[in-house]
Every structure is written in C-alpha cells, then in structure tokens.
Design a binder for this molecule. Structure first.
Ligand code: AMP
Length: 488
C-alpha cells in the first residue's frame, strides 16, 4: 500500500509535499520520495525509510519550484529496493514526466508482455513503470490524452498523480478502489502560484490519499476525487473530466477497518466513526456471557484496535482499559533474541499492563487477524499478566482472501482464516472465545457512519470486500504470480 500527495502553485512545493507525506506515513514506511518542478526541469529525491529521516534540509533545498508530487511506499516481502521507490521520473517525446501510484494493476503481466514484445525495456518490477511505457508509446497528441489512452488499457486499482513541468494530473480508477481527495491551500503572500488577481485570492491546490494530509498544512478539504475522474491542476485552477466508461463503485472496505488514519474521512465517511460503530456491532453479534463491569475489562490492541474497543466498551457498558501499552519507539532491531526469550517480537511493541489485567476477564479487541501470530502471542501475554479469561474480538470478518488491489496481504496459504474455521483459530490462539464481526455488520457500520454518503448507483453498498468475501470485482488472471512479480 502507498500514499500519494501533490501540490500545485505553492512557492515551497517540496516542503509542503514533505509535510503532506509526513501525515500519510502510516500508508507506507519502506521508502519515500518527492519530485518537484521549477517550470524548467524536474528534480527528484528518493530514499529508503521514513519521511523524517529520508529528507535533510539540504535535500529539500535541492527540490525547487512551485509544483511537486510525493509518495510513501509500504514494505512488501522481498521488494525492498530503492529502485522501487517513487515518484518515478522519465524524459520522453513530450518532455519530463513523473508518476506516483497507489494501487495495483491486475492486468500488469499481460500489459508488460505486450510492451516487451514491442521492444520496451523495464528497469523495475513495478506495475507503475508499465503505465509510463503506455504513455510514452501512445500516439495521442497531448499528455492528458496519452494518460487517458494508457489508463484505458490497464485494469485494477489506481489512484495516480502525474506531474510535468507545470501541471499535476490526478486520476482515480473507475471503481474508486483507493481513496484520493482535493484541497485548497490559501497563501498569505503572492508566491508564484499565489499571485492574486482581482477574482482569485492567492492559493495552491493539493491532492492527497487522505484528508489528514491537508490538516497538517492548513489546507481546506474541497472534496473527494470521484471514481473515474481526472483532474488537471495548474496555476489557473482545476479542470475535471470523466474520460473512462463508468463502472460500479468499489472503494476498499479495509481502508475503514485498518489502513486509513482514524481522523480521515473517506468518500464522506469518517473512519473513526466507522471503527467505533463496528466495535459496538461486534459486541451485539458476539457478547461475552455474564460480563460485568466489576470483573471484566475491554482492552484494545493499540493502535489499530482502539476505536473499535471504545465502541464495544460503550455498547457493553464495560470499562475500557489500556491493558496493553505500546512502545512508540519500535524500529528494526538487529539484536537477535535468544531462544529462551519468548514472544520477543511482539513484546518489543506491546507490553501487558498487569495492574488492569490481574484476575480480570479480558475482552481484547483488534481490527483484524492476518496470520494469527500477533493474536496468539497477545493471548499468552495477557494470561501471563494475570488475566483470568481472554475473549478475542475482531472488528472485521475473517481475512481469508489476498488483496489484488493494493493492500499487502500475504498469499492464501499464509492467511489463517483461509484454511481454518473460527473454532480452529480460537484453539490456535488459545483464547476462551473468539468472535469476528460479520460482513453485514461491517457494511452496516459504514452505512450508519454516513447515511448520506449512500451506496453505488447499482444498489450495492459500493465497496470492495474481496479480502473477506472472495468476491473480486475485477478479474485477475494468474494474480498470485503477478503479485510475486511486482513485489518480489
Ligand atoms: P498477524 O500477526 O499476521 O495476524 O497480524 C495481525 C495484525 O496485523 C493486526 O494487529 C492488524 O492490525 C495488522 N494488519 C492487518 N492488515 C495488515 C496489513 N495489510 N499490513 C500490516 N499490518 C496489518
């Protein structure tokens, strides 16, 4: 998974992009990058690691101009190389072009084979590079039309930012898998993009995966980019068009469960609100028999389980306690634990708070179980700290299917719910009880959080929930192999 950010018309575009990426850091920590433009050429800086350490003040000074795009990339198995860092930047027939991508193209392999048969050579295993080749080989006249031509040949999930010397073009795929939103940033001075006219006060435009990126820089959220919409943004303003055939909306449900920041609103729906409502519904679907405030505590797995645990505790009228304390300073460690130090990996991040756990019945709430290793270790940890019973509650349905649209879930073989029943998983976790929220319950939580946001025009809820249901809205030929190609 990744996060993308773009800014047009700000005299310190790279600094603004840097701050925007900071706010999107949760969407990817493996690598990051910014490309800026001073209307004469593109300047790029890409590095491994997090935004705060990847850019020095000198790096940012070397990114001049009033247009910039940026990218944060999520770590994926085996694909941890600087050459995969984005934005990618190239020179071609029409000039300089940079691209930043969040999503995953499902027909990448076929597109690549076709391009290679025509003589294209690739430098990376990234599907994003294929889009650049399609643009470079298109016969359409303008950059905008070449992008449309290229994107009509790809399928799957993409929120994309393109940048030439003066323009940022933002596109969200016709099903709207990944989020993207537009904002406006008032400028106090008369910078390059902010030269005031009588009609228009000085301002810059910003686009981002999530609106939390706007909060940090003081920009105002204007609206979500609609599925299938293309925005051409330059100093004079924003032009919207819908160059693709309409498809049913299928925005990602897992963004609400785990991926997006809780303080974001996606497509008009507040993420925090969804998570709290999911927690309340989870308790309705899976109460804990005989739970009383005198002997039962609701404990979140921080940070991902916190809003759902708040909602669950309120609905159950049970005390919410921080029974697991998270270290915020966990980086990669090079100290190998001895065999005798059990649970080392999870303990580095989470430690049980015995003072609230001892002799209690504990309802521990997390957003999802992937392989099951975290929950299994947590159950043991809670018991070792004195919990009398451990009831695991998960605020989404069993994750049983890999995502081919941009979330980095492992293969089906590694997903515990792909091959085990809930009872088998409970036994593996050694929990007293285990309850997952149903898909209907989760969709209901989204619906309740923003009834006005509605569903898709075809009457469906308008979300992709393939990771829970196996109902894939876009076919993916040989997708497991494809994923390995892209990420490995
Ligand atoms: P596991 O130990 O593999 O079962 O991992 C479960 C934990 O991973 C949960 O606490 C989730 O919040 C978190 N999680 C779920 N999906 C993802 C993802 N795509 N990337 C990283 N972490 C995730």
């Amino acid at each position: 998974m990744c996060g993308i950010f773009g800014v047009v018309g700000h005299p310190e575009a790279a600094n603004i992009a840097y701050l925007g990426l900071h706010a999107l850091q949760h969407r990817g920590q493996e690598s990051c990058g910014i490309v800026s433009s001073n209307a004469e050429e593109l300047f790029a800086h890409r590095a491994m690691g997090r935004v705060a350490s990847a850019f020095t003040p000198t790096d940012l000074e070397r990114l001049p101009g009033d247009v910039a795009i940026g990218h944060v990339r999520y770590s994926t198995a085996g694909g941890s190389h600087l050459k995969n860092a984005q934005p990618l930047a190239i020179d071609f027939e029409l000039g300089s072009l940079a691209i930043a991508h969040n999503g995953n193209l499902t027909n990448y392999e076929a597109v690549r084979q076709r391009l290679e048969a025509r003589g294209s050579i690739f430098q990376t295993r990234s599907d994003t590079e294929a889009v650049l080749h399609l643009i470079a080989t298109s016969r359409a006249a303008s950059l905008r039309d070449r992008i449309v031509d290229a994107l009509r040949q790809v399928e799957g999930a993409y929120s994309l930012l393109f940048q030439d010397l003066r323009t940022v073009i933002a596109v969200r795929d016709p099903m709207g898998f990944r989020p993207l939103c537009l904002g406006i940033l008032p400028l106090s001075g008369g910078g390059p993009g902010g030269r005031a006219t009588s009609a228009q006060p000085p301002r810059a435009y910003v686009v981002a995966s999530e609106p939390v990126a706007f909060d940090l820089i003081g920009a105002e959220f204007l609206r979500d980019v609609e599925p299938g919409e293309m925005l051409v943004i330059d100093r004079s303003g924003v032009q919207s068009s819908r160059p693709f055939d309409p498809r049913p909306r299928r925005s990602c449900l897992f963004e609400y469960v785990y991926f997006a920041r809780p303080d974001s609103r996606l497509d008009g729906v507040g993420v925090y609100d969804v998570r709290k409502r999911a927690g309340a519904r989870l308790f309705e679907e899976h109460p804990v028999d005989g739970a009383r405030a005198s002997d039962t505590v609701v404990v979140p797995v921080p940070d991902s389980g916190v809003p759902a645990a708040i909602g669950l505790a309120a609905r159950a009228a049970l005390p919410f306690e921080m029974g697991l304390i998270r270290s915020h300073y966990v980086g990669r460690t090079f100290i190998e634990p001895q065999q005798s130090i059990r649970h080392f990996g999870v303990r580095l991040k989470l430690n049980p708070n015995a003072s609230v756990l001892r002799d209690k019945r504990v309802i521990v709430v997390d957003d999802s179980i992937v392989r099951g290793t975290t929950s299994r270790k947590l159950v043991r940890m809670l018991r070792s700290a004195g919990a009398r019973e451990v009831h695991v509650r998960i605020s989404s349905p069993p994750t049983a299917w890999p995502c081919y649209y941009g979330i980095d879930t492992p293969t089906r073989a590694e997903l515990i719910a792909a091959s085990h029943s809930t009872e088998e998983i409970r036994r593996y976790l050694t929990a007293d009880t285990l309850g997952y929220l149903s898909l209907e319950g989760l969709l209901g939580a989204v619906r309740d959080a923003a009834p006005e946001a509605g569903g898709a025009s075809d009457g469906s809820p308008g979300h992709c929930h393939a990771c829970f249901s196996g109902d894939y809205p876009v076919p993916f030929a040989r997708a497991e192999r494809q994923l390995r190609l892209i990420h490995g």
